[in-house]
Design a binder for this molecule. Structure first.
Ligand SMILES: Cc1cc2nc3c(=O)[nH]c(=O)nc-3n(C[C@H](O)[C@H](O)[C@H](O)COP(=O)(O)O)c2cc1C
Length: 260
């Protein structure tokens, strides 16, 4: 067991990049991915335990809440949470805090991966992908320094009722969005989407990707597709794709990443 453990969910790579940047400063850190069932849940031997998660519809993505319920942390451990978001932090960290009290909270905004809702470059203030990345790296470094110093920062905003409603509604909306996932004629059957899908929901049939309905809308398949062959209908067809410029599809498929 490493001295530090960071549990992370990431769809388009922003959270994995933040987790890696924090880990590089902390050193001796395991990043345990929560895109699917985490491979490690008993981290009672870790001195620092953190969570880096994106805001999805005001709350947590996928099965993250269920996974968090299974994680065992020493009562002596220093705990922290970082939410990545494009417009607002949401209630994700408050939800994690119900199961694992967090001593330090932070939010880091980045480009938006929710392609059907907003173009990714609609940031406040407007920033290029490179500038946004630079800002995210700077903030991750600051978080890491605070975490190394075991600073206490109870920034917990009270759970915004709008975010509570939004994240509940997401339970219904997500399957509707999932049903709209389409593969167009640009598909070359490379299989990257199938490899990336955390639910095993994509198969290659007759040289083309075929998407089922068990989808949590992480959008890794759509954002990382090398030929932009996946869309969600409507606005997403013409919108530019986005994924974090520092994260490769192979890294996103890892279950555990150790950083010395
Ligand atoms: C399905 C979905 C829902 C999202 N909902 C929100 C939201 O409610 N508020 C927000 O500020 N950003 C929202 N976003 C944007 C992400 O939180 C943001 O892009 C984050 O950095 C993505 O992290 P990742 O690349 O690690 O997945 C959403 C993204 C997706 C894919």
């Amino acid at each position: 067991m490493s001295k530090n453990v960071i549990f992370c969910f990431s769809g388009s790579g922003n959270c994995l990049d933040i987790a890696k940047n924090i880990a590089k400063e902390l050193k001796d850190t395991d990043i345990v991915m929560m895109r699917s069932e985490p491979v490690v849940t008993d981290v009672t031997g870790a001195e620092r335990v953190g969570f880096v998660v994106p805001c999805f519809a005001g709350g947590l993505p996928g099965e993250v809440e269920e996974y968090v319920k299974k994680i065992k942390v020493s009562p002596k451990a220093y705990t922290f949470g970082v939410a990545s978001y494009s417009g607002y932090m949401g209630i994700g960290l408050s939800v994690i805090n119900k199961y694992i009290p967090l001593l330090y909270w932070a939010g880091i905004s980045h480009h938006c991966s929710c392609i059907w809702l907003l173009p990714h470059n609609l940031t406040m203030p407007p920033l290029s992908v490179e500038k946004s990345q630079e800002r995210s790296e700077k903030l991750a470094k600051k978080v890491a320094q605070d975490v190394l110093a075991k600073k206490f920062k109870k920034l917990a905003p009270p759970a915004n009722p709008l975010n509570v409603i939004e994240s509940k509604a997401w339970g219904k909306l997500c399957p509707e969005k999932a049903a709209k996932m389409r593969v167009n004629e640009q598909c070359i059957g490379c299989g990257q989407c199938a490899k990336l899908c955390p639910r095993g929901n994509i198969r290659i049939e007759n040289g083309k990707a075929s998407i089922g309905t068990d989808c949590i809308q992480c959008l890794s398949c759509l954002q990382f597709c090398p030929t932009q062959a996946i869309d969600l209908g409507g606005a997403s067809v013409k919108r530019q794709r986005y994924h974090n410029i520092k994260i490769t599809p192979d890294e996103l498929c890892e279950k555990l990443i150790h950083i010395d």
